[in-house]
Design a binder for this molecule. Structure first.
Ligand SMILES: NC(=O)c1ccc[n+]([C@@H]2O[C@H](COP(=O)([O-])OP(=O)(O)OC[C@H]3O[C@@H](n4cnc5c(N)ncnc54)[C@H](OP(=O)(O)O)[C@@H]3O)[C@@H](O)[C@H]2O)c1
Length: 253
């Protein structure tokens, strides 16, 4: 596994094929990190330090099967001086009022947006070397604390993701076997970012998303942030001497 020892910083990033995840992977790679990216699609990063896993994170059975394999042996070795997990992959779908969404769609969204990221935090904690500092960023949103009509599944899952991070942090403080581990969790809202997810938000019809005009206006007024900006801020946070077990931050704050 010589290729994996070229850098000492490992970041596992979900959703590296688009938007914020792609910008973050690029930024990390250009600053000496090795990146393991997970998404259904693969884009090229032109770096030997990028390793891609093609996986549908809304398919819990496929994920369970994949992570029963050799992920730990391949990536979670004691070669790293720091391991980071960035739970970034998510979807806005299904949009529409709760009275109209299907149970199957809700279940898939909850698997991708909350069940997998929550489980993955625990998996990385349990499989990483106990001596290696672990930094976790869960990508949050204003939707974690504000209800948006038509975005129920997204809002609920982001609220739950925030609690999942808080829960992990309190477990690190109080559970025997985890106490004393250098594990920090950051719930990070990236701002309103110019990505395909924003295209989806402003392309919705008013019946399924009554606040669509707000997102049309944000775009036409040039108020969207480029994905490179939160990506840089996240990389700097990952490299900083963060002291809190659990913290909440918003881009630029
Ligand atoms: N854009 C914003 O304004 C904004 C604001 C607040 C929070 N956020 C959050 O930022 C994060 C990134 O969003 P973005 O705006 O960059 O969105 P995006 O451009 O749509 O990217 C979403 C990423 O998630 C991956 N993904 C989606 N479904 C997946 C699945 N079933 N399995 C595996 N990967 C999957 C996609 O990869 P594949 O399609 O290749 O699988 C893609 O790489 C999300 O957590 C989002 O909630 C975004």
């Amino acid at each position: 596994m010589e290729f994996l020892t070229m850098t000492k910083l490992l970041a596992i990033v979900t959703g590296t094929s688009s938007g914020i995840g792609a910008a973050l992977a690029k930024d990390l790679l250009s600053h000496g990190w090795t990146v393991v990216g997970i998404a259904r699609r693969l884009i090229s990063f032109d770096s030997d330090n990028y390793h891609h896993i093609s996986l549908d994170l809304s398919d819990s059975k496929a994920c369970a099967t994949y992570f029963e394999g050799d992920f730990k042996e391949k990536y979670l070795t004691d070669d790293w001086s720091k391991i980071a997990l960035i739970n970034n992959a998510a979807t806005l779908s299904p949009t529409g009022p709760l009275s109209e969404v299907s149970l199957v769609d809700l279940e898939k969204t909850f698997t991708l947006n909350i069940a997998f990221p929550a489980w993955f935090m625990g998996y990385i904690v349990s499989k990483s070397p106990a001596k290696t500092p672990l930094r976790i960023i869960n990508i949050s949103s204003g939707a974690a604390t504000s209800a948006y009509p038509g975005w129920g599944s997204y809002c609920m899952s982001k609220a739950a993701l925030r609690m999942a991070g808080q829960n992990l942090a309190i477990e690190v403080e109080e559970v025997e076997g985890l106490k004393g581990r250098d594990i920090k969790v950051l719930d990070y809202a990236p701002g309103v970012v110019d990505t395909p997810m924003q295209v989806q938000a402003r392309s919705a019809d008013e019946a399924s998303f009554p606040r669509v005009q707000k997102f049309v206006d944000l775009h036409s007024n040039g108020q969207l942030v480029a994905p490179e900006a939160p990506a840089k801020e996240m990389r700097e946070l990952l490299e900083s001497a963060e002291t809190e077990g659990f913290a909440i931050r918003r881009f630029g704050s």
